[in-house]
Design a protein around this ligand. Structure first.
Ligand SMILES: [Zn+2]
Length: 350
């Protein structure tokens, strides 16, 4: 690793202070905690699931069921389980903070709609007629502490009746590296003009991130946007100039200037413009609250509102914005939290 040369500065939301000032927004018509509220450590508002004796029993019996489920599972990296007529499968098999997760649910009755609550977010499910199951993409923020968390499923039958299931999942601590990085002082202490530009960008990004489509637009597996070596992984803790700390919220690919960058999956262009930190940036909405972001591009080849197919070229790689050299930074965002792109790319999806 060459920490001083290749890293772009914290991406998209560079300072904790800025993050703290984000207002609460809504998703699916219901209030959602702001990123601030989600990231602070001692959070009474963040309803962590403190395991009671009953829940522990449930967890233990769930673990026992896991063993059976693992044995029965035919898909590598996924787990499946049947509870009370519901069959639930999820990927990746082991959940850690920073990970996306896809839930695959076969309810005990024919449903008109299915939704769930997970870590204070709404999970939007879409019916997949070919496989007779519901798929919903969700995630676990980096700030989520290890613990047992419930997925509250609620289905609506064609007659309007509600059926529910609460299923708990263990979230384990992800293992992420730490590096020290040295950058020019203007990156850690921006001047007034830069601060103003950053402020304007923040408004643009807030607007963009507010509009996400609950319907599924993604189709099939997510694919790497370039065919290249990964130069830095997601979740790396970076200390800049011995002071400013940040978490690397994406995946860096070592690509020279001008390499074609393709859409990781089908979606709609939410943003296609230059930003201060991100440089030329494209944001794609894949539905179900899931976005992918492509940073530091030398050229953008799509326009906001445009429908994009998976694999379609959206721009050329570069080193614009706060990048010390050309590379592609790919980020994955789900309802306000950054997730590990490498995990998303590993999921088997219909
Ligand atoms: Zn990066």
């Amino acid at each position: 690793m060459q920490p001083s040369g290749k890293y772009s500065f914290p991406v998209v939301f560079p300072s904790r202070g800025m993050r703290r000032r984000r207002a609460a927004h809504t998703a699916g018509g219901k209030p959602v905690l702001s990123e601030t509220e989600r990231t602070s450590s001692a959070q009474p508002a963040r309803r962590r699931y403190y395991p009671s004796a009953a829940a522990l029993l449930l967890a233990v019996s769930t673990l026992a069921a896991f063993q059976v489920a693992v044995a029965a599972s035919t898909l590598a990296g996924s787990k499946r389980e049947a509870v009370g007529g519901w069959a639930i499968q999820w990927q990746p098999a082991s959940l850690v903070n920073g990970s996306p997760v896809v839930f695959q649910v076969a309810p005990p009755a024919r449903l008109a709609g299915l939704s769930a609550k997970w870590l204070e977010h709404d999970v939007f499910f879409t019916y997949d007629a070919a496989n007779h199951v519901w798929y919903g993409i969700a995630g676990i923020s980096l700030e989520t502490r290890p613990g047992i968390y419930p997925l509250d499923l609620e289905g609506t039958t064609s007659k309007g009746n509600k059926i529910t299931l609460v299923r708990t999942f263990a979230v384990r601590p992800g293992k992420y590296p730490s590096v020290a990085v040295t950058v020019a002082k203007r990156y850690t202490e921006p001047g007034p003009e830069q601060v103003e530009r950053i402020r304007q960008d923040k408004t643009i990004k807030q607007d963009v991130f507010r509009h996400t489509d609950p319907d599924r637009e993604w189709l099939g597996k997510f694919r790497p946007p370039v065919d290249a070596r990964v130069s830095d992984v997601f979740g790396t803790r970076r200390t800049f100039n011995g002071k400013v700390q940040s978490m690397h919220q994406g995946l860096d690919y070592a690509v020279p200037q001008g390499t074609p960058v393709s859409a990781a999956n089908a979606g709609t262009v939410l943003l296609a413009s230059p930003l201060y930190f991100e440089g030329n940036c494209v944001v794609l909405d894949h539905g179900q609250g899931l976005l992918t972001l492509y940073l530091h591009l030398s050229e953008i080849k799509v326009k906001p509102g445009e429908r994009i197919e998976g694999g379609q070229e959206i721009g050329l790689s570069g080193g614009t914005g706060r990048a010390t050299g050309p590379h592609l930074h790919l980020a994955v965002r789900w309802q306000g939290v950054y997730l590990n792109p490498a995990t998303l790319l590993s999921l088997k999806l219909p």
